[in-house]
Structures are given as structure tokens and as C-alpha cells.
Design a protein around this ligand. Structure first.
Ligand code: URP
Ligand code: ZN
Length: 463
């Protein structure tokens, strides 16, 4: 099966070139000025940009969180992702039962995703306690297709600093990646209790109980721990504040290596005034870390430009508004944490980043596709349009504009955090391994089309 995409501008992290793209058996086989193949199907790109398939390495599909379950499963979640121009996801597993072995959740996640995902997918392992067996199991999994694991510094199954250090030492040996949710649990706990005692129970106190320094302090602590473990690959998820960026910048200047930074679309585009919306609307935005200030958004955009932030994900973790209200209306501390966003990411990042000239087209490719692929062991199969790579790509029409409205989106939450948000740049087509799975907003794929990706140990340059 051969396909030629003509009349497009092929974009990668080095530059852009008007060229034809030849796809054979699901892989890119050539890029050239005029490719002739008698038996190929031809797609006319009509002058649109041909971008490497965007990858979201921070989703939570079908996540069990206390009494509730995130409302997008692997089918609906990946379908929404596909319609928004994402071609691959790597999902963060939920915590399992107390003291369960590391492999427990892997088995559970295969049960949830296999045969359901419409996009290629992988899993980050999750750590919820540490002992010799956990470390051995983690090392084995790192060597056999799950090269990244997540530890939390907050929530019930958070790891204390000594356990994080042990994990880092172990990850250093294998070359895997430790991803960490960095927040100072004790201080946040103190502030939450204090606000509730004072009757300050509205959504805004979710943000006020998690001030910027609770993230930045945890980030600084982690970087010191990582120095003690001789700088294993450390990936900081959903960084949201200017103060954290200052910690990371300072650490890098002082010789810290292998620190990779992710932010998410909501921290680039939305601010904490959302928590003040009437009719409990603010609860839709309760997520951890919380939304911040415009200054933080600006600092994050700048940090992308500077190369300090390498990845933009979503932390997609939606709950029904009625459950947010049921649990959180009287007390923000009981509101389920997380929101939808997997379908809006690519257009938001393109529109707010490239079209508004905050970042270059090449940066867009880096943070949406190339870097997540490199850091998470998917490169060069994913993250690039070079010959031999999977033909995962999108066509982006920079002349088209749109407005996010819930009724055009495909997730189950029933609302968008970006309702009414205007964007420039529409996705005309989404291709996964040579097959068109979305055309002009219509999903053409099938449940179960996605393949589980056994990922490699990433080959990362120290920086
Ligand atoms: O509030 C959020 N982000 N919920 C999902 C779990 C996590 O913290 O990543
Ligand atoms: Zn998350």
C-alpha cells in the first residue's frame, strides 16, 4: 500500500520544505521534490503544513481516583485525542491496591487499553512504595518496554525523599526515566486544613493552598536528590510556575544534568481567575497543580523558547461537572482533581504559540512531538518524518480559524476548559501508520486500531 502526499510543506525541527512525501506500508519511505509512483494513492495537501504526529505523554485515561473514575476510557480518550490531532499517547497508570507489586497495574492497564485504544499507546509505570522487590521489578520493566516510571510527592501514595533517592539510584543504573509530580505535600496539607477551618472552602482556595513555592520547593529538592544519585533522567511533569523554572534554570547553570521539563496547555493559556467563576464553574478547573497567573504563563512560553521546557502535554483527567459539584461545592478539598484537554492541545499550542509568534514552528514540532518521542523512548519510530519512521502526521491549515465548543469535541466530560476560546490553525487530516484516521473533523478509525508500544531506553544527550 503506497500513498503520496503532494503540495504540502514538510516541517521538522530543522526547518520546512515544500516536498512530496511517499508512504509505504505505514512508514515514511521518501521525501522528495516530485515523487512519481504509478500505483500510489495521492493525497493533495493543498499547501497545508505536514507536521510529525503530535504525542501526548501525559494522559490519565480510565483513572480510578478515590470513589470516582476519570470519564474518558482508552477508547473515548484516544478518539478525542485523535480528533484533536494527536497520534500517540503515553498514559500514566493510576495507583493500585496498597502494597501491590509493580506489575499489577501494568496488567490492569493492558486490560483497559488493549483492543480499545484507537491510537498507538504506551504506559508509564507507577511507584507507590519502595522496597528491594519494587526496585528489581522496576529495573526489569525499564529494560523491557516500560522505560519511564512516575513517583508522586503528594497524595496518599506519595514517596518520601529517601525512597525517591533509592528510585533515582536505581533508574541511573538502567538509563530509564523517573517522572515526578513535584509538590510539597505537608505544606499544602497545612494550608488546606487552615482554609477549611476558616470557612474558606471555595474553588479559589484550591489555588491558594498550593502556592507557587510549594511546587518550586519540591522541584529544588528533587534536583538536589538527583545530584546525589548522579543525575538520572528526571522528568518533571506539569510544571506550572515561574518559581519552579527559576529553580531549574539555576540548577542547570550550576551543572545539573538530565532534568527534563514538561508543562501542559492549561498552564500556558488559563489563569487562576477561573476559580472565581459563578455557579461552581470554578470547580471545573480544580486540578493539581492549580492554574496560576499570567506572569507564570508568560514565563512558561519564554522557557519553551529558551529550551528549558521540552514537552507540552495535557494531564488529561476529566470528571463530570456534576461530580465536581457534588463532591467539591461545599469544600474544595473533596473535589476530584483533573480536567479534560487532550483534544484541544495541538490547536491551542499551535495557535497560541506559533500563530501568535511566541514560539517558532520548529519549537512546536520539538515540544509536541520530537522531544516527547526522544525522552520517552519512542524515537525514531515516532516524533519525526524521516524515512523509516511511522507515517504518523497531521495536515495543519494555517488559514482556517475555529472556536472551541463542547458540541464539536469528542470526550465524555461534557464541557471544555476552553469553551469559546478562538484559535487559528485547523487540523485537516490525521494519519496513523499510513492510515487516515481523521479527515475534516470526522473520525475514520476503529476501536482497537492502536498498538501497544514497547518503548526503548531513551538515548538522551546530557544537558
Ligand atoms: O489534578 C490532576 N492533575 N489530576 C490527575 C493526577 C495528577 O496529579 O497528575
Ligand atoms: Zn497527571
Amino acid at each position: 500500500m503506497k500513498t503520496i502526499i503532494r503540495n504540502g510543506v514538510v516541517v521538522d525541527s530543522e526547518g520546512s520544505v515544500r516536498a512530496d512525501l511517499l508512504i509505504e506500508d505505514g512508514k515514511i519511505s521518501a521525501i522528495g521534490s516530485h515523487i512519481e509512483e504509478m500505483d500510489a494513492e495521492v493525497i493533495d495537501a493543498g499547501g497545508k503544513l505536514i507536521l510529525p504526529g503530535p504525542i501526548d505523554v501525559h494522559t490519565h485515561f480510565d483513572l480510578q481516583a478515590g470513589p470516582l473514575r476519570a470519564v474518558d476510557d482508552f477508547y473515548q480518550g484516544t478518539l478525542a485525542a485523535a480528533c484533536g490531532g494527536t497520534t500517540t499517547i503515553v498514559d500514566h497508570m493510576a495507583f493500585g491496591p496498597k502494597d501491590c507489586p509493580v506489575g499489577h497495574q501494568l496488567k490492569e492497564y493492558h486490560r483497559l487499553a488493549d483492543g480499545n485504544a484507537v491510537l498507538d499507546y504506551g504506559f508509564h509505570g507507577v511507584l507507590q512504595h519502595v522496597d528491594k522487590k519494587v526496585l528489581e521489578d522496576m529495573e526489569n520493566l525499564i529494560l523491557s518496554g516500560i522505560p519511564s516510571f512516575k513517583a508522586y510527592m503528594t497524595y496518599d501514595f506519595r514517596l518520601p525523599d529517601d525512597e525517591i533517592l533509592r528510585v533515582m539510584q536505581s533508574v541511573k543504573k538502567t538509563g530509564g526515566v523517573l517522572t515526578v509530580h513535584a509538590e510539597n505535600h505537608q505544606v499544602i496539607g497545612h494550608l488546606r486544613k487552615k482554609f477549611v477551618e476558616e470557612g474558606k472552602t471555595g474553588a479559589i482556595y484550591h489555588a491558594k493552598s498550593r502556592p507557587a513555592h510549594t511546587e518550586a520547593e519540591a522541584v529544588g529538592r528533587l534536583i538536589h536528590l538527583s545530584a546525589m544519585a548522579d543525575y538520572p533522567n528526571l522528568y518533571l511533569v506539569h510544571i506550572s510556575t515561574k518559581e519552579s523554572l527559576m529553580e531549574i534554570r539555576k540548577a542547570r547553570q550550576n551543572g545539573a544534568k538530565n532534568v527534563y521539563v514538561e508543562t501542559c496547555t492549561q498552564y500556558l493559556t488559563l489563569t487562576e481567575d477561573k476559580y472565581l467563576l459563578p455557579e461552581h464553574e470554578g470547580l471545573k478547573y480544580v486540578m493539581s497543580p492549580p492554574l496560576r497567573t499570567q506572569e507564570d504563563c508568560d514565563a512558561l512560553w519564554e522557557a519553551i523558547g529558551e529550551g528549558l521546557v521540552s514537552v507540552v502535554g495535557t494531564d488529561h483527567c476529566p470528571f463530570f461537572f456534576e461530580d465536581k459539584v457534588k463532591y467539591g461545592a461545599d469544600d474544595f478539598t473533596h473535589c476530584p482533581n483533573g480536567g479534560p484537554g487532550v483534544e484541544e492541545r495541538v490547536r491551542l499550542l499551535f495557535s497560541e504559540g506559533v500563530m501568535k509568534k511566541r514560539i517558532t514552528l520548529q519549537k512546536f514540532v520539538e515540544v509536541s512531538s520530537l522531544n516527547p518521542a526522544r525522552i520517552m523512548g519512542l524515537y525514531p519510530k515516532k516524533g519525526t518524518l524521516r524515512p523509516g519512521s511511522d507515517a504518523d502526521l497531521i495536515l495543519m491549515d494555517t488559514k482556517k480559524t475555529g472556536v472551541f465548543h463542547q458540541e464539536h469535541l469528542h470526550g465524555n466530560a461534557g464541557y471544555s476548559l476552553y469553551e469559546g476560546y478562538a484559535y487559528t490553525g485547523e487540523i485537516g487530516l490525521v494519519m496513523q501508520r499510513g492510515k487516515v484516521i481523521v479527515k475534516d473533523g470526522k473520525f475514520l478509525g476503529n476501536r482497537g486500531d492502536g498498538e501497544f508500544m514497547s518503548r526503548d531506553i531513551p538515548e538522551l544527550e546530557s544537558k
